[in-house]
Design a protein around this ligand. Sequence first.
Ligand SMILES: Nc1ncnc2c1ncn2[C@@H]1O[C@H](COP(=O)(O)OP(=O)(O)O)[C@@H](O)[C@H]1O
Ligand SMILES: [Mg+2]
Length: 325
Amino acid sequence: MDERFIELNRVHVTISGKTILSDVSFYAERGEILAVIGGSGAGKTTCLRVMTGQIRPVRGEVRVAGIDVVRYRERLEHVLGYVPQLDETGLYYEFSAIRNACLFARMYGIPTKEAERRAREILEFLGFRSEELMKKPVGHLSGGERKRVSICIGLIHEPRVLLLDEPTTGLDAHLRVDVLNYLRNINRQYGVTMGIVSHDLETAEFCDRVAVLEKGHVALFGNPREFVRSIQARYAFIASFEKLTDNDISRIKELRVVTDVLPVGRKTLKIFVRKIEEPLNILVDELEKVGLTPLSVTSSDITFTDYFRLIAMEKEEESFFPRNY
Ligand SMILES: Nc1ncnc2c1ncn2[C@@H]1O[C@H](COP(=O)(O)OP(=O)(O)O)[C@@H](O)[C@H]1O
Ligand SMILES: [Mg+2]
């Protein structure tokens, strides 16, 4: 049977009389990865603190690994791992990854030999392939490597749920993808349920569920792939043009096979195409017919970020006649 391993149900948080979270509900089932995404000040860290029991909601239920967090916060310690933002990790920079892991393990009463065995295993899954890397002072590691050391430490006591506050923030695009792939590895290997807080929509692509927070409430919650499937488009192409006016974009939107268009760069568009045979050929034909021959066209995936940008655009266009009022 499915079991919810992270769950906020109608959570309401106020701090000094100000509403910070309002009616927030989302969940992840056992073994899933949940992304909690939102801009600065949206309430992401507050959600994390609610999950760790550091903040008590005025209303609502919070359950983590089957524990009622509002009532039994102290039971969380052994089932919950926490990876703070990079500047708050408390890593000892003069010590190696392995030594750091052993020091943190001591707080849970894990014998050093066992801690070292676990640390090596976890670090290997996180891509630390050489002895040299495991033994290097943490201060000499790159940002991405250091991030992985703090993930290793969050996992050292074999928690059932791992919460991570902005694990990809401050990393270059390819390192962000690396860290998320490593987290996926760990999730599969150990079956640990994860809650990842991020301001980056791209994080959702790696997750089983996504909750988007806006000003303290949940704007969107669900499975990112199902959101993507819910749109009409079945194909996407990145097309660049010699020049591109607003009028050109409108004309492309009106093409028979095109469902949506998103600007990517000044002269580059992501063009979404409905389900047809030979979508690339037909798209290029239609573009040529209206005199907008592209310089290049490459096929691309439809992502959760696209979905989100498309519905945000739709909302803006409709905001003149709001649907819900
Ligand atoms: N201790 C606090 N006192 C007053 N306001 C707070 C406190 N903590 C957070 N807030 C406010 O709550 C909102 C959400 O904060 P936070 O959860 O840290 O957002 P995020 O992590 O998404 O950037 C912000 O407007 C912030 O100013
Ligand atoms: Mg935050």
